[in-house]
Design a protein around this ligand. Structure first.
Ligand code: BMA
Length: 319
């Protein structure tokens, strides 16, 4: 495939839902400044979103919304579902940007989210069966860390966490390992920013990892800081299934960037920030849920086989 053909294909993979944005502060059951960056998961026949809600103090909490078709008729919890424990120094200033995986071994969902601690953002883990009661397992690694998700199963006997620490002002993605979801080590750099590219300033995990026969499909957001502010766009890499610290392929181009008005204008303009994916096995449709301009929730859809074909046509990475 020629370079230009692949770029065309990349930009046609995802189709924005016509009814976007699907959830806004205006149709929220209680006062909210912004509702965005949702985790997504399929629960029985429903799509469940765990949405970041920013209140009028500028603090965030997480609230569940459910829909049968994943696009319309959202049933939103009338009150916050998971709130910061303000007496705890680890989550003093709110909870942000969750990701969810089904942990087959635990028979529970694992939710990773950013807690705003007194010492900066940290990654915390909670587990739940029903999105009503949650066991909080606390902060996993020291600050400053964001954009994390577990792999849904052990690889070579260990759990794995993809996350994004900030070190010396640099924001690359890392992968760490644990025997028990509590003690983390064997930290390795995974996906780095790329000089001169659209993802030159920061990268961070987007939605939860998707397991395919070809490898772990890892969507990520890439940031370029321009004279008018930062632009957040979506990229894709493929990781080796049993050695997920090895990147097999990486998209040169972004797959989704701010184009629609609701992505271009908001509290933070020029942001598409995907945090949740649902794959419908019967149709092979991938629904990607994202925060638009740090204000609303939107969704774009793709065919998973097309996404796999596309990433297999991307350059191999030999690092
Ligand atoms: C990131 C996170 C996200 C936010 C994005 C764009 O650093 O804080 O919550 O959506 O910036 O503002």
């Amino acid at each position: 495939m020629t370079e230009l053909l692949r770029q065309k294909k990349a930009h046609e993979l995802f189709k924005r839902y016509k009814g976007n944005p699907i959830i806004t502060p205006e149709n929220w059951p209680y006062p909210a400044n912004a509702v965005f960056n949702p985790a997504a998961v399929k629960l029985n026949i429903e799509t469940l979103l765990l949405i970041r809600v920013e209140d009028m103090r500028g603090f965030s909490h997480l609230t569940v919304a459910r829909s049968t078709d994943g696009f319309t008729n959202w049933q939103i919890d009338p009150e916050p579902t998971l709130e910061a424990d303000q007496s705890s120094r680890e989550e003093r200033w709110g909870l942000e940007d969750p990701r969810i995986v089904w942990l087959e071994e635990q028979k529970q969902f694992g939710i990773t989210y950013t807690s705003f601690s007194e010492g900066g953002p940290v990654i915390s883990l909670a587990i739940t069966k029903n999105f009503k009661t949650f066991a909080r397992l606390g902060a996993l690694l020291p600050p400053e860390d964001k954009d994390a998700c577990l792999l849904p199963r052990r690889v070579r006997g260990r759990f794995a966490l993809i996350h994004r620490p900030i070190v010396r002002g640099e924001a690359h993605m890392w992968i760490s390992f644990s025997p028990d979801l509590k003690h983390w080590g064997d930290h390795r750099p995974l996906i780095k920013t790329r000089q001169a590219y659209w993802d030159c300033h920061r990268v961070g995990l987007a939605c939860q990892p998707i397991e395919t026969a070809q490898g772990w499909m890892i969507f990520y957001h890439g940031v370029r800081v321009t004279s008018a502010g930062a632009i957040y766009r979506l990229g894709l890499v493929l990781l080796n299934l049993e050695e997920p610290w090895k990147v097999l392929r990486r998209s040169d181009e972004w797959l989704l960037g701010p184009r629609a008005t609701y992505e271009r204008i908001g509290d933070v303009s020029g942001v598409v920030f995907p945090t949740g994916a649902v794959v419908h096995k019967e149709t092979n449709q991938l629904n990607l849920y994202y925060g638009a301009a740090d204000c609303t929730v939107a969704v774009a859809t793709a065919n998973l086989s097309d996404v796999i074909d596309y990433i297999m046509s991307c350059p191999e990475v030999n690092e």
